[in-house]
Ligand binder design. Structure first.
Ligand code: ADP
Length: 519
């Protein structure tokens, strides 16, 4: 209400908050108040009975002036407020404190409720309360908006609260924890009670704290809006987890920093999987390069060894041919022994070379239909002398000139030679070695069997590994590299076949080469 400074004669009726009126001004005031549409403005007597009623009051509360003047203002209050004497208390408080203001629910004529801002001012005359001025505003709309906002904030809070996979919490502008959700509890192990109010650097390893990483993260977030990081963080129990962390600065409408939102994900499992993948890849690469290095070394060494061995063979032949004069019988015998040893050594080295070439994938295969029994006869001829030396009987069982296999002839003979040499080597003097071929559907099976020392069941697969020799010792009577079976199996498989074994200790062994039939 406007004030002005003209005095009014004492004893004339007071208009609220105006003790200096003139009749003209009173009229203007009344017109003004009457016309106000958005505020209910009315006067009450000292006991709270309504004296005046303006357009805003009519609009807001729904009563016509004639209906309401003379009624008590508690008519606007919900029954509970009336029952508790609230309207009367408002008047008393207004008198005691010079004014009373509140917000609360009020009732319209039609019974509907509205959210009111109420201001009650006592009117005093010579220190005595003569009445009250009451201004009421309808804030239902604002209240509804606030309510809606509060509800949506509450919904959001509950949502954040219940998120389990992400730690979501708030920091104040100094980095102290202001809220906590279930995900944060799950990831970090603290309950809200334990952690709210503590500084978020609690989650960082000591070295990060010493380097003020937490402080740096907040400064960056404040400067550019947000900060994202991945790194080790500390749980309540002291264990580490690999966290993805996003810190977002929160600013009020006027730009002042009100804190930070922090979202943390536990990526420990993902990190472990990543590290494992890296480690696996490294191991594979290492193994590959170690293998390559081994093959290259074997190839180089074999080559270096063959050169002098060939020289030994060549000069032995020259001596044996009598090029430096005739030889005694004893000299001839010695030369023969040198020659046999040289041949043997050369054979071993060829094995190694073959194997390393095969490892390096350098062998060429010339696959043709091969008459099998002819190939077997060829190889049997090569081992005849060895077998005879140990009085071992060689048999070619059920030779069938019609059987042809698809193979590289030289490699097939290499396999058979290796199997027969082994059979003779590992069979005691006077034993028996046989080769037997049979066609089964699209395949041909070639058994090389002996009645020798046999192989223990638990070693039967190992003998196909490179460099494995069963029962090998420094005093072993059997020589070899332990490569023959490994090479033979690789050769057989490279020709779409296989090499397998069955054996019984002290009874003998049977090695079976399988190859595709040619027709
Ligand atoms: P090497 O004959 O050069 O030692 P192999 O790879 O040909 O290498 O054979 C590996 C091992 O398998 C032999 O050292 C031997 O212990 C065992 N073995 C191979 N053939 C037979 C066989 N016919 N009887 C018993 N043991 C055998």
């Amino acid at each position: 209400m406007a004030h002005h400074d003209r005095a009014r004669p004492p004893g004339s009726p007071a208009s609220p908050a105006d003790r200096h009126s003139t009749p003209e001004l009173d009229a203007i005031h009344r017109a003004l108040v009457d016309a106000v549409n958005d505020y209910a403005i009315f006067a009450m007597d000292a006991t709270g009975h309504i004296l005046t009623w303006n357009a805003g009051a009519r609009k807001l509360k729904g009563y016509e002036k004639e209906e309401i003047v003379g009624r008590h203002f508690s008519i606007f209050y919900p029954p509970a407020a009336v029952a508790s004497g609230h309207p009367q208390w408002e008047l008393e408080t207004a008198v005691a404190e010079g004014r009373y203001e509140e917000e609360g629910w009020r009732i319209r004529k039609d019974g509907s409720r509205f959210w009111a801002n109420v201001l009650i001012t006592p009117v005093l005359e010579n220190g005595v309360v003569t009445g009250f001025a009451k201004v009421t505003r309808d804030l239902t709309e604002r209240k509804r908006n606030e309510e809606e906002l509060r509800r949506s904030e509450e919904r959001f809070r509950l949502l954040v609260q219940s998120v389990k996979d992400y730690g979501i919490f708030m920091l104040d502008p100094n980095g102290f924890i202001a809220s906590w959700n279930e995900g944060a509890q799950r990831i970090k192990g603290y309950t809200a009670d334990e952690i709210v109010g503590r500084h978020f650097s609690t989650f960082y390893p000591p070295e990060d704290v010493a380097a003020d990483k937490p402080g740096m993260e907040l400064r960056v977030a404040a400067q550019v809006g947000s900060f994202e990081d991945e790194g080790w963080r500390v749980r309540k129990d002291g264990t580490l987890f690999w966290g993805n962390v996003v810190i977002t600065a929160l600013r009020a409408g006027d730009g002042t920093l009100i804190g930070y939102a922090k979202v943390t994900r536990d990526l420990t499992d993902r990190r472990a999987a990543e590290l494992k993948a890296i480690e696996d890849a490294r191991r594979v690469a290492e193994a590959e390069s170690a293998n390559r290095a081994k093959s290259e070394f074997l190839a180089a060494m074999s080559h270096e060894l063959r050169t002098p061995l060939n020289a030994i063979g060549g000069y032995t032949d020259l001596l044996a041919a009598g090029i430096h004069g005739p030889l005694t019988e004893a000299q001839q015998t010695s030369l023969t022994r040198i020659r046999v040893s040289q041949q043997h050594l050369l054979g071993l080295i060829n094995d190694i070379l073959n194997f390393s070439r095969m490892e390096a994938g350098q062998l060429q295969y010339d696959i043709q239909p091969i008459p099998l029994s002819a190939a077997v006869e060829n190889v049997l001829a090569m081992v005849e002398v060895q077998a005879a030396a140990r009085e071992i009987t060689l048999e070619h069982v059920g030779a069938d000139a019609n059987i042809r296999v698809l193979a590289d002839e030289a490699k097939l003979e290499q396999i058979l030679l290796n199997l027969l040499t082994n059979a003779i080597k590992f069979t005691p003097v006077g034993g028996r070695v046989s080769v037997q071929s049979v066609r089964r559907g699209d395949e041909v099976k070639i058994d090389v069997a002996d009645n020798g020392i046999g192989i223990a069941a638990d070693k039967l697969e190992a003998v196909f590994e490179p460099f494995v020799q069963v029962g090998r010792s420094l005093t072993s009577a059997h020589e070899g590299t332990g490569l023959g079976l490994a090479i033979s199996r690789d050769l057989a498989r490279a020709m779409a076949g296989d090499l397998t074994a069955r054996s019984a200790l002290d009874e003998g062994s049977t090695f079976t080469v399988t190859l595709p039939a040619a027709d």
